[in-house]
Design a protein around this ligand. Structure first.
Ligand SMILES: [Zn+2]
Length: 300
């Protein structure tokens, strides 16, 4: 983990999962915490070494890799935690993440790992969208849902902490199919990102870029390609295919060979979001036949 200064007051603690940091008036504010105690301890140590204060923490969304260290932060340093409303509910009941991934049924032990279930922690304050203050910090909270139900980005001093609303190019390549729970909202949020006046942005995974619109555009193109790919595969199956067969084809077509249940469930969620986008456009529908879930094209 290393500390990178982005402006007079804004920093990022660079790691596989970035942690944002802002300081003003002798106070410090963290944005996200990394996946576990170890990652937040590294962040605290780094701030201490640089004699930077720490007083507040905002969690951008309730994914374990972003809030897993928050429990330690609150317990050992009594740092007040802030989060968006829906995300707060999940952070405070973190088993909900493996629950929703596992079709709502209670997750088996294999799914209750630190990447899918962060340590639960009570959130002290709900953040409201728009311009506001936390202590001496003047921030703008920008809702960017799609990757997570209530995800936010934070704008401070012209620096945009974009969370997982977009991914850096190498992360995008590594993930192949990024995690989303709503494709249309994801794309809408990506377009919105390009409209936010700022000096630069840092994603949750990837590098700070002054000119980040090109990276955002690559994210847009990827999701549009995935939606199109699903559509083509349904058409190739003469407009009627079981959900499970379509998923199998979709993963193979993306050259994925999924190695474990957790990863498969994450991919299935994004895949479902792509189909739902086609459902909302009136192109396909979900039907049940022979006790199976089918995806069929709507012919007029
Ligand atoms: Zn995330």
């Amino acid at each position: 983990m290393e500390l990178q200064q982005l402006s007079a007051q804004c920093y990022v603690l660079r790691a596989a999962v970035n942690i944002g940091y802002i300081t003003t008036g002798g106070k410090g504010l963290l944005i996200d915490t990394g996946v576990d105690d170890s990652s937040i301890k590294k962040a605290i140590k780094l701030l201490e070494k640089e004699k930077l204060p720490l007083d507040y923490c905002i969690i951008t969304h309730a994914h374990a890799d972003h809030f897993g260290g928050a429990n330690y932060l609150k317990k050992t340093m009594r740092i007040p935690l802030y989060a968006p409303k829906v995300e707060k509910a999940i952070i405070e009941n973190s088993v909900l993440e493996p629950i929703y991934l596992f079709n709502g049924s209670f997750p088996i032990a294999e799914l209750r790992n630190k990447f899918l279930e962060g340590k639960s922690v009570p959130i002290d304050h709900v953040v409201e969208n728009g311009k506001g203050n936390i202590g001496p910090f003047s921030l703008e909270i920008i809702p960017l849902p799609g990757h997570s139900y209530g995800q936010i980005a934070i704008l401070s001093e012209g620096i945009l902490y974009a969370a997982d609303s977009y991914f850096g190019e190498s992360t995008l390549k590594k993930h192949v199919i990024p995690f989303i729970n709503d494709a249309d909202q994801t794309i809408e949020s990506l377009h919105k990102l390009k409209e936010i006046p700022c000096k630069g942005a840092v994603p949750g995974h990837g590098e700070f870029e002054e000119n980040f619109h090109g990276t955002v555009q690559k994210n847009i193109e990827l999701h549009e390609k995935m939606i199109q790919r699903v559509r083509e595969q349904i058409e190739e199956a003469t407009g009627k295919v079981t959900f499970s067969q379509l998923l199998k084809t979709f993963l193979a077509c993306n050259e994925l060979n999924v190695g474990n249940l957790g990863q498969w469930l994450l991919f299935r969620t994004s895949f479902t979001a792509y189909i739902s986008s086609l459902v909302k456009k009136g192109i396909v529908q979900y039907t049940i036949q022979d006790n199976e879930l089918w995806v069929t094209t709507i012919t007029n």
